[in-house]
Design a protein around this ligand. Sequence first.
Ligand code: GLU
Length: 414
Amino acid sequence: MSTTLNPFKIAQQQISVAAEKLGLDPSIEAMLKEPQRVLIVNFPVKMDDGTTKIFTGYRSQHNDAVGPTKGGIRFHPGVTLDEVKALSMWMTFKCGVVGLPYGGGKGGICCNPKELSPRELETLSRAYFSAISQIVGPDKDIPAPDVYTTPQIMSWMMDEFSKIKQSNQFGVITGKPLIVGGSLGRNEATARGCAFTIKKAAQELEIDLKGAKVAIQGFGNAGSIAARLLDDMGCQIVAVSDSRGGTYNPNGIHPHAVQAHKEQTGSVCGFCQNDMGNDEILELDIDILVPAALENVITEANAANIKARIIAEAANGPTTPEADKILFKNGVMVIPDILANAGGVTVSYFEWVQNLMNYYWSEEEVNLKLEKVMFNAFDKTYDMSRKHHVDMRTAAYMVSIDRVAEAIKTRGWI
Ligand code: GLU
């Protein structure tokens, strides 16, 4: 992987830019540029064909100055140590920008979940959690879902940890099914939070959401639910894509119908008459672009061709620093990942609080609390960007670095 596309190097660069603007103490900057702790685990899984495969997994804990670390676990063939480290750094700043009492963590297993049977998936999930069990816990590090991990997987992991601790440990992981301590609203939270930030951005830029044209790259949990919510807000979804490619209809796509097509055929492709590449979808003549898949899809190679006025990063790390510069110059508002997709971890926080209290809230209560958090985080970031004439990403980093730096100093670490 070239250095320019290495997410860990990108995360370090993003910290440098904000640190310079803040005049940050160089020791704090150095501390924030590395995770505090990284665990690499290699563990065996008995496969259905009788063989035993060794899998590699990671858990990175970036910084716990303001509270236990928090962040998802990803199952993907492309998972690397550097990717997990970067994702854990982004989690620290994500929690910071929405003001949660958490630092950042992230985990991953290099595997292809689409090739695993349900039994293999369960064995893999339990083995990984057991292997990292010493460093996680409700007051240490609280994992959650991420790319290709589900509430069912969270339930297996919680169960494995509960067996090790010989007591129910609902608070060790979030994104669980409701019956085992999940929170109402968690499943939709990433997309809902993203929709709230789009609403705010559209207000600031005086874009009418009624009829605003939207393209969504990635049709997993975040992308598919964002399509539904934005459609409810009056936007017109004109293109969606998944790992196999995209589909486009300038007159609008019905989110429920394309979801049904995906469930039937395994992909959104072929839903409209115009199929297109996953990258072509980014350059359409639209108002709002929602990258909701993986890292590094908006780069210096295509940033100048983007016509959308708002990019809301439902995915983590979809835009490179070179692309950020081009987009800022062209007046495109990028709502950065650490703000746009912070709804997921915010409702994870609500789930954890409910687990600790053993008292559960209504969906309405959760959504109202989420709205308040997201609006407030958007306003703080937007004000910072105006005050310092910086893009929204730098502003979001400035807001959260300020907070972590204060905790690091107050605790006497530096
Ligand atoms: N994986 C999600 C993220 O990247 C959620 C993390 C969480 O809920 O802890 O923000």
